[in-house]
Design a binder for this molecule. Structure first.
Ligand code: GDP
Ligand code: MG
Length: 598
């Protein structure tokens, strides 16, 4: 029976505990690529990911391992994204597995994301093999790490392999253990087709490439397949295995992991979590757990001065083809002109997309302040979702405004508990409970408005705890709050792109901070520039940028011509990065700078 020789597994870990390094070692030992050809950590294949050391795009690779029992096993390693923004994608890639290798850095112990991911794996009924990594370091404390795994997670860690993903120490023992502990897949190749999409990406030659785990049945070239949640049918043009380059095969059958191409035009049509079946004999039971991508954070993206609107549109369309979680629609700002409102899973996702626009597409864009989505209940009982603060209806018509709340788990050494509580309080957090996990480690559970988490909460947490605290959060619910729209006026003109929604009690303080920030950012003009913060018609803060005393250029009259030219050129260059609002010029970075508080 071929199923007995297959193991489908993921590696789960807190960020930096060594997941990518371990994947590299496994590929080097058991993969079909020669190690000299191996690029370091090639499972993380995007530049930006690599620079930031995070994994966004899922990848999978088929390994071949000859065990001590003399049998040849197929090991399908399914990579998972490593950031809280991508929890749903993580849960689907785990659903494609039968087990998970839990990597714990033996110098650090169990951390928040370790826990978050373990719970996701337990939800999928996965068998978990804990391994202690970084055993080559003197600071490794395997006994403590084991005790933490047992106490905190409640799984047996007594026989956890002790490895170094870096040096290769203990990898063989780990592979033996993996084959023993992680169960083979179940499934029936003669049943109706049921395959889980756990990743997809766009390839300009093949169209969308779907990564799938087949649970039942079989699929081959020429079959017509149906996406059960989107309801669309496609003809299969190719199936095969990723080793990790794509190698076509005759078919994919129950228990196997591989890829399917079917001339699909965009990844949104092959959404992660959807079930693939055959059009002519569909299964009656799609796999559970399908969710539509849900944007949590929005911001406006506008062409910068001198950039073409069409180029921005073109780039956004290309990015969307490859990213089902990213969406955009056109919008219009009085201040910035024509642009797009873009939706993201979280701030990291947003940063990555903006960076790609600038790097891969060589575009110059202005992004407005990121905002969460507010639910506005009108006096007539109707509800609207507001993604752009400047679209908030007239307060006179509003019954209440609700904001998204997240449930956040913070793990920290006990010395930082006080600091963290102060930080969370200043971000309108409510403590739900606090628990000593061990004598020295504490878990704090907070409910915090998403709006308070997205800007710089993570950075603040890290810097206030010397990097020791870790954070994991997920959306909980919408909750009513006293919120108002804070507007900014430059030279008496409302600049819609600067509008934000803030808690009423903080409006004065925020208004003052924003005005003070803008005063520093806006250069002197030939005239005075008043900067005002207002709620409705009421001005609550004011600063003024003073006017020039003298014309700088006038000084050069009669002087050195080339110096004058240089000055003018400098001026022109500076202007490029400026945005004209009425008669006032504002540097483009003002939009991102203005909301950074601490
Ligand atoms: P990931 O975020 O879980 O994918 O972690 P990485 O694989 O990117 O590893 C994070 C850092 O830890 C990198 O600098 C690795 O070189 C280092 N690292 C990973 N495994 C080991 C190990 O076994 N020993 C040592 N000394 N360093 C390791
Ligand atoms: Mg990694």
């Amino acid at each position: 029976d071929y199923l007995k020789k297959i193991r489908n597994f993921s590696i789960i870990a807190h960020i930096d505990h060594g997941k990518s390094t371990l994947a590299d070692r496994l590929i080097e030992k058991t993969g079909l690529v020669a190690s000299r050809d191996m690029k370091e950590q090639f499972l993380d294949n995007m530049d930006i990911e690599r620079e930031r050391g995070i994994t966004i795009k899922l990848q999978t690779t088929r390994l071949s391992y000859k065990a001590k029992d003399g049998e040849e096993y197929v090991l399908n390693l399914i990579d998972t994204p490593g950031h809280v923004d991508f929890n749903y994608e993580v849960s689907r890639s785990l659903a494609a597995c039968d087990g998970a290798v839990l990597v714990v850095d033996a110098t650090q112990g169990v951390e928040a994301q370790t826990l978050g991911n373990v719970y996701l794996a337990l939800d999928e009924d996965l068998e978990i093999l804990p391994v202690l990594n970084k055993m080559d370091l003197d600071s490794a404390r395997p006994e403590e790490a084991k005790a933490e795994i047992e106490e905190i997670i409640g799984i047996d860690a007594e026989e956890a392999p002790q490895i170094s993903a870096k040096t290769g120490l203990g990898i063989d023992e780990m592979l033996e253990k993996l084959v023993e502990v992680i169960p083979p897949p179940e499934g029936d190749p003669d049943e109706r087709l049921k395959g889980l999409i756990f990743d997809s990406y766009y390839d300009s030659y093949k169209g969308v490439v779907i990564y799938t785990r087949i649970f039942d049945g079989r699929v081959k070239k020429g079959d017509f397949i149906r996406m059960m949640n989107t309801g669309k049918d496609y003809e299969v043009t190719e199936v095969g295995y990723c080793i990790p380059s794509m190698v076509p095969s005759k078919e994919l059958k129950a228990g196997e992991v591989g890829y399917i191409c079917a001339s699909i035009k965009q990844v949104a049509d092959a959404r992660v979590g959807d079930t693939i079946t055959l059009t002519k004999s569909p299964t009656e039971h799609p796999l559970k757990g399908y969710k539509k991508a849900q944007s949590m954070v929005y911001c406006g993206v506008y062409p910068a001065e001198g950039e073409k609107y069409e180029n921005v549109k073109d780039a956004l369309e290309k990015l969307q083809v490859n990213d089902a979680a990213f969406n955009f629609e056109s919008e219009n700002s009085a201040a910035l002109g024509f642009g797009y409102r873009c939706g993201f899973l979280g701030l990291l996702h947003m940063d990555v997309i903006i960076e790609r626009l600038e790097r891969e597409f060589d575009l110059n864009v202005v992004t407005t302040l990121p905002s969460v989505i507010y639910k506005v209940v009108m006096k007539d009982g109707s509800e609207i979702m507001v993604q752009n603060p400047s679209n908030l209806p007239d307060p006179a018509d509003i019954q209440r405004i609700e904001e998204p709340i997240v449930s956040a788990e913070i793990m920290t050494p006990k010395d930082y508990v006080g600091t963290i509580m102060t930080l969370c309080q200043s971000r309108r957090g409510n403590m739900v409970h606090m628990e000593y996990l061990t004598e020295t480690r504490v878990q704090l559970h907070y409910e915090i408005p998403l709006n308070e988490v997205i800007y710089d909460f993570f950075d603040a947490l890290k810097s206030k705890t010397k990097g020791y605290a870790s954070l994991d959060y997920e959306f909980k619910e919408y909750r009513a709050a006293k919120l108002v729209k804070l507007d900014i006026l430059l030279n008496k003109e409302l600049i819609d792109a600067f509008s934000t929604i803030v808690p009423e009690e903080e409006a004065y303080a925020k208004g003052r901070t924003i005005c003070a920030k803008l005063k520093k950012l806006i250069p002197m003009h030939q005239f005075e520039v008043p900067i005002q913060a207002a709620i409705g018609q009421k001005v609550i803060a004011r600063e003024t940028v003073r006017a020039y005393r003298k014309d700088v250029i006038a000084k050069c009259y009669g002087g050195d011509i080339s110096r004058k030219k240089k000055l003018l050129e400098k001026q022109k260059e500076g202007k490029k990065r400026m945005r004209q609002f009425g008669r006032v010029e504002v540097p483009q970075e003002a939009f991102t700078e203005v909301l950074k508080f601490d």
